[in-house]
Ligand binder design. Sequence first.
Ligand SMILES: NC(=O)c1ccc[n+]([C@@H]2O[C@H](COP(=O)([O-])OP(=O)(O)OC[C@H]3O[C@@H](n4cnc5c(N)ncnc54)[C@H](O)[C@@H]3O)[C@@H](O)[C@H]2O)c1
Length: 334
Amino acid sequence: MTILVTGAAGFIGHHVSIALRGRGERVIGVDSLTDFYEVRLKHDRLACLEGDARFVFHKGDVADAVFTAQVAAAYPEITAVIHLAAQPGVRPGNVPPQTYVRTNLLGHLNILELVRALRGCRHLVYASSSSVYGSSSRLPYREDDRADAPMSLYAATKRSDELISHAYRGQLDVPQTGLRFFTVYGPWGRPDMAYFRFARKILKKQPITLFDGGRLKRDFTYIDDIVAGILGCLDHPPTESPDGRTPSHVLNIGNHDTQPVIALVASLENALGQRAVIVDVPAPVTEVSETFADISALMALTGFAPRTKLVDGIERFVAWFERWEGVERTALRR
Ligand SMILES: NC(=O)c1ccc[n+]([C@@H]2O[C@H](COP(=O)([O-])OP(=O)(O)OC[C@H]3O[C@@H](n4cnc5c(N)ncnc54)[C@H](O)[C@@H]3O)[C@@H](O)[C@H]2O)c1
């Protein structure tokens, strides 16, 4: 099979591309290498994949319809698409709002058009997010819960992607699966996410800011479990839809084990051998108090069974992080 992976230089895209290559698939990787976090990490991820004839990389912008049409024309043999490229982050920081809309909406539309232009594409798997649930108080979150009150522009774009995919069923003969990821962490992870930022600060003995004493809870999901779930989905395109049209469904992909952020901090402290200096502040109203995935649909479809406890996953993250930060320190000294 030839599989297009967008966001291949990103955290999840890197791991998915490696796993696909390990299965003997040919991977066409696409990424624009944005500077949302350090670009060097994206280059280092790509370096793990390059030099293998089964991996081809193209730098390009999924929001550029000319580029995505060129990809479709150059690789008509693509059999499946895993669309992960996005502007992530529920707290936008310095990201202009237009970037969310351009990348996440226009980019998604262009990928749908790319899939339409291909002859033999059998499945489009794309990234959604647990943030689509907003501050839903019904736990665990189920796919049929309401998702019409997003608390960030990012969440609104991800929910919009699901709706655009649904509406596109009339134009597209290819089944689609949208995956609602729950707080993914692990080696080669994202420096903007709490576990990575906290690790850096704890090592430097700088204070970390915790909302509500770290009582907010998140369904932290280890990257290897996420990759197993994505590949399981890839192999199980939906075959039925209630109205008989081309199926397009959304599935939660989480650990089904919600943990307080203070437990994340304790795991980091243990793995780093260093106590955190904690600054406790009230949670902003935009922070949801808990995320928790009902994963029974994904389990029934693919046999998905997340097996990594937070404490073990953080230990593996820290082992990688210390090596990678060590490389960074050596580079700085030069
Ligand atoms: N990591 C999580 O916890 C999490 C949670 C929910 C949803 N998601 C979603 O999963 C997907 C992958 O997330 P990730 O954590 O690997 O993020 P990431 O930022 O590491 O990867 C996304 C990649 O997309 C690339 N990209 C951004 N804009 C682009 C554009 N216009 N054209 C081409 N490439 C572009 C970036 O350079 C980056 O390498 C995203 O869609 C994200 O929204 C992730």
